[in-house]
Design a protein around this ligand. Structure first.
Ligand code: ZN
Length: 476
């Protein structure tokens, strides 16, 4: 029997606010444990939370960018559970009245556009962090993260393959980064994902029993964990077994999901309206202002790059995946670079050099104007495409202008026919046998002669002129 997977994702995104959601403590990552805490976020009795308006604004921004309806009236709820990293014994979250509902995100998989529904986006506070170090038979608790604002973005069960799930995550991450509401750093945990997954016989309408997978913290693991879990469920059903509704933990070291606990139901958490916070009444005028301030989002930018700059769809897709990359591209074009050349150098050499140094376009050492300057030198014949690779490495590493590098290193292309002819003659004189065969019609030897002339001129001869001169020698 053939089975179809049904996947929904719950993504937790840490919001890029300066301070926590209900107190004034800093949200900076990587500080000494428990240095960014106060009576509110460590859950002392008698303290009162006050909502950070920026967190609400960020949630509304995200809702508007994903086509959600913004609830003009919403409120917080207590989610009760016990865990050492949750000092209050409850998490302030949203339950029956979330701030945003009914949105969507479109993804492209194998050339097909798919709309993935967003059920809801709600705000909540993060918990602290348990640290189990090998320092004895005890654990540590760091509460710096307790109270950091989160958005939980819940998708509809619209995803049908692990690939689609990865594409959805990538698109969502790009949108959050464009909006400036989350840095999307999965290694530091600012974007985390739980997945609900079930399988059903192909063609069946009803969903199968779903399993929740926790602890998926990279794009690679989203795909691997889902792949594993789908195969596991199909095998259980194929063997005549039943899927148990449960929560499973992804073990990235072993590459398996393992049963963690029976799936809790909403009523297990005894949700009730948070009595310490007033309901939120959002002003329509305010949401209109936020809507007007939204940046151009990846889908719109992608379409504009294709129609406006004539880029292939694939290239445009890559360029808009990071706002900083898209901005860099447009700055280089504005500085005079031809769109296709700029795009080719960016996705080839520039991405290679950035990857080598583990850098992104946010901290790209090369200025767009430097690339545009180098492209001008190629276009006007000052340097060859081959020499340009050397020049590119040099302008990237030194921050100098291409023109300066070319002068300093004597890399100017030789377009002087006399000088090149001398080199061609030298090469022919050194390889008389090859030249006879070339003259006799062995055309592929042209490459050999061009190569030798380039070697002799240290790559500086203008290849067009080399070819012309070779043709001339043939007929003479
Ligand atoms: Zn605090």
């Amino acid at each position: 029997m053939k089975y179809e997977p049904v996947i929904g994702l719950e993504v937790h995104a840490q919001m890029l606010t300066e301070t926590k959601i209900f107190c004034g403590c800093s949200t900076k990552f990587g500080s000494e444990p428990n240095t960014q805490t106060c009576p509110v976020c460590i859950g002392m009795p008698g303290v009162l939370p006050v909502l950070n308006k920026k967190a609400l604004e960020f949630a509304v921004r995200t809702g508007l960018a994903t086509g959600c309806t913004i609830s003009l009236y919403s409120r917080f709820a207590r989610k009760n559970y016990f865990y050492p990293d949750l000092p209050k014994g409850y998490q302030i979250s949203q339950y029956e009245l979330p701030i945003c509902e009914h949105g969507r995100i479109s993804i492209i998989v194998d050339g097909t556009v798919r709309e993935i529904g967003i059920t809801r986006i709600h705000m909540e506070e993060d918990a602290g962090k348990n640290i189990h170090e090998d320092r004895g038979n005890f654990s540590f608790i760091d509460l710096n993260r307790a109270g950091v604002p989160l958005m939980e973005i819940v998708s509809e069960p619209d995803l049908r393959s692990p690939r689609e799930a990865v594409e959805y995550m990538k698109k969502l991450r790009a949108v959050l980064r464009y909006l400036g509401v989350c840095d999307g750093n999965m290694e530091e945990g600012s974007l985390r994902c739980d997945a609900n997954v079930s399988v059903r016989p192909s063609g069946q309408k009803e969903f199968g029993v779903k399993v929740e997978i926790k602890n998926i913290n990279s794009f690679r693991f989203v795909e691997k964990a889902l792949d594993y879990e789908i195969r596991r469920q199909i095998k259980v059903l194929g063997d005549g077994g039943k899927i148990i509704q449960e929560t499973r933990l992804w073990d990235s070291g072993m590459g398996v999901t393992e049963s963690m606990r029976g799936k809790e139901e909403a009523h297990d958490y005894r949700y009730f309206p948070e009595p310490d916070l007033v309901p939120m009444v959002v002003d329509k005028k305010w949401t209109d202002e936020i809507r007007a301030s939204l940046p151009e989002l990846p889908d719109v930018k992608q379409a504009r790059f294709v129609s406006g700059y004539g880029l292939p769809e694939f290239d445009a897709d890559l360029l808009v995946s990071e706002k900083a990359m898209a901005d860099w591209f447009e700055a280089a074009v504005k500085a005079g670079g031809k769109p296709n050349s700029v795009s080719n150098w960016m996705k080839g050499e520039l991405v290679r050099l950035l990857n080598e140094e583990n850098k992104s376009f946010d901290d790209c050492p090369l200025a767009p104007e430097q690339l545009a300057g180098m492209l001008k030198l190629i276009d006007n014949g000052t340097i060859s495409g081959k020499i340009a690779k050397t020049v590119f490495d040099e302008i990237y590493k030194t921050g100098k202008e291409a023109e300066v590098v070319v002068k300093e290193k004597g890399l100017v292309q030789i377009s002087d026919s006399d000088e090149i002819e001398k080199a061609v003659d030298d090469v022919i004189a050194k390889s008389p046998g090859e030249f006879e065969r070339f003259k006799a019609g062995e055309e592929k030897l042209a490459g050999f002669f061009v190569g030798q002339v380039m070697k002799l001129t240290k790559g500086k001869a203008n290849p067009r002129i080399v070819n012309e001169l070779l043709k001339k020698k043939l007929s003479s």
